[in-house]
Design a protein around this ligand. Structure first.
Ligand code: AMP
Length: 191
């Protein structure tokens, strides 16, 4: 199954993706993680991306497409994947469709985790303290939220129009949210 996880920064996408990975035995492809590895490794791409990430802006669509294209063409992604953090705008959504059409592996499910924005800001601040991420100061978090609302939120409608969207409420315990997600995926696989 090819799943795109959608939701504001801090909505619990990464946590839920990790649970889904175990449950479905599919690779978790997080573009944020791919970028952070590139930054750590000091690659040219990482150096270009770091300043943009530290401001909470989006890394360019070209860079992201080549990154995701490389990752999706690896053998472990051929049976499906859980995509987390991509697409982040409409251009990326269209580019992903074109890429997956070419690979004859279209998206099966786009899953939006809905959450209250103020609650998210609190969650991110907590994660920043735990992980020491340089893009998690309150100012940057607010900018990431703005970027999300301006650029990423329209992606939800894009998948809705294709009949691929399901939404789950991201509030409650991790397990409660996970059970909601499993319910949605069960319905999708039966149809
Ligand atoms: P995340 O871990 O998904 O919140 O991503 C952390 C940061 O990486 C984002 O704030 C962006 O700067 C960058 N990033 C991750 N995915 C993308 C993407 N699909 N397009 C552009 N930038 C991205």
């Amino acid at each position: 199954m090819r799943i795109v996880l959608l939701g504001a920064p801090g909505s619990g996408k990464g946590t839920q993706a990790a649970l889904l990975v175990k449950d479905l035995s599919l690779p978790h492809i997080s573009t944020g993680e791919l970028l952070r590895s590139a930054v750590k490794a000091g690659t040219e791409l990482g150096q270009k991306a770091k300043a943009v990430m530290d401001r909470g802006e989006l890394v360019s669509d070209d860079i992201m497409l080549s990154l995701i294209e490389q990752r999706l063409s690896q053998p472990d992604a051929s049976e499906g994947f859980i995509l987390d953090g991509y697409p982040r705008n409409l251009a990326q959504a269209r580019a992903l469709d074109a890429l997956l059409d070419r690979l004859e592996q279209p998206v099966d499910e786009a899953l939006q985790i809905d959450i209250d924005v103020e609650m998210v800001i609190g969650r991110i601040a907590k994660r920043a303290a735990e992980e020491g991420r340089s893009d998690d100061t309150e100012e940057v978090v607010r900018n990431r939220m703005k970027v999300y609302l301006d650029q990423t939120a329209p992606v939800v409608d894009y998948y809705a129009q294709k009949g691929l969207l399901s939404r789950v409420l991201g509030e409650g315990t991790i397990e409660e949210v996970f059970q909601r997600i499993k319910g949605v995926l069960q319905i999708r696989s039966e149809n």
